[in-house]
Design a protein around this ligand. Structure first.
Ligand code: FMN
Length: 185
């Protein structure tokens, strides 16, 4: 499987890092684009650098490089995940305003009918955000917000992230080794 991973500047860029690690362990080929704002958030929230993210991906692209492979529908992929997805990037996706490589890659997924999974992160959500999320669902995006989970012993941030990664894996028919599925009571 070959997937594009976009990391935008919302809080929780560490979720993108964890997803890249999980994909690498699962043998998924990843093509990564990190926005400039995401690099800033990475510096604010973690001790990671963009190089740490790059090292986990099979290919890494400059967000300004509109001539990169992932900017074209002729680059075959099984879809894309934007994690975390900022409200600005969400707005860009639903309006078709593809002014950076990540937005263009997402736009390509939509026009080619490929799976586009968004992990939107903001709170509280304004009516603008909610309208944009509705618009994203209407054009076929899967919306997987990083909601807190209280079952399955998810009592640390790491386990909460694992739960989200498990939900993203499910979108692509994959099983994530560190998440448990609900088996009833
Ligand atoms: C530490 C930090 C946390 C942020 N958290 C969020 C957030 O949770 N959600 C959001 O939509 N924007 C958040 N922002 C603002 C975005 O980074 C900003 O809107 C940026 O323009 C997004 O650009 P991008 O979508 O191209 O990455 C945050 C910014 C910083 C510096």
């Amino acid at each position: 499987m070959r997937l594009i991973v976009g990391i935008s500047g919302a809080s929780g860029v560490v979720m993108g890092y964890a997803l890249l690690k999980a994909f690498r362990e699962a043998g998924v080929e990843t093509h990564l684009v990190v926005t400039e704002a995401a690099e800033k958030t990475l510096a604010c929230e973690t001790s990671l650098r963009a190089e740490d993210l790059k090292g986990l991906a099979d290919a890494f692209y400059d967000p300004r490089d509109m001539a990169a492979r992932i900017a074209s529908g002729s680059f075959a992929s099984d879809g894309m995940i934007v994690i975390p997805c900022s409200m600005k990037t969400l707005a860009g996706i639903v309006s078709g305003y593809a002014d950076n490589l990540m937005l263009r890659a997402a736009d390509v997924c939509l026009k080619e009918g490929r799976k586009l999974v968004l992990v939107p992160r903001e709170t509280p959500l304004s009516l603008v955000h909610l309208r944009n999320l509705k618009a994203a669902a209407e054009v076929g995006c899967a919306i997987v917000p990083p909601m807190l989970t209280f079952y399955g012993g998810a009592d640390t941030v790491g386990k909460q992230i694992d739960h989200i990664i498990g939900k993203i894996f499910l979108q692509f028919g994959l099983a994530y080794k560190n998440s448990t599925s609900w088996n009833g009571v």
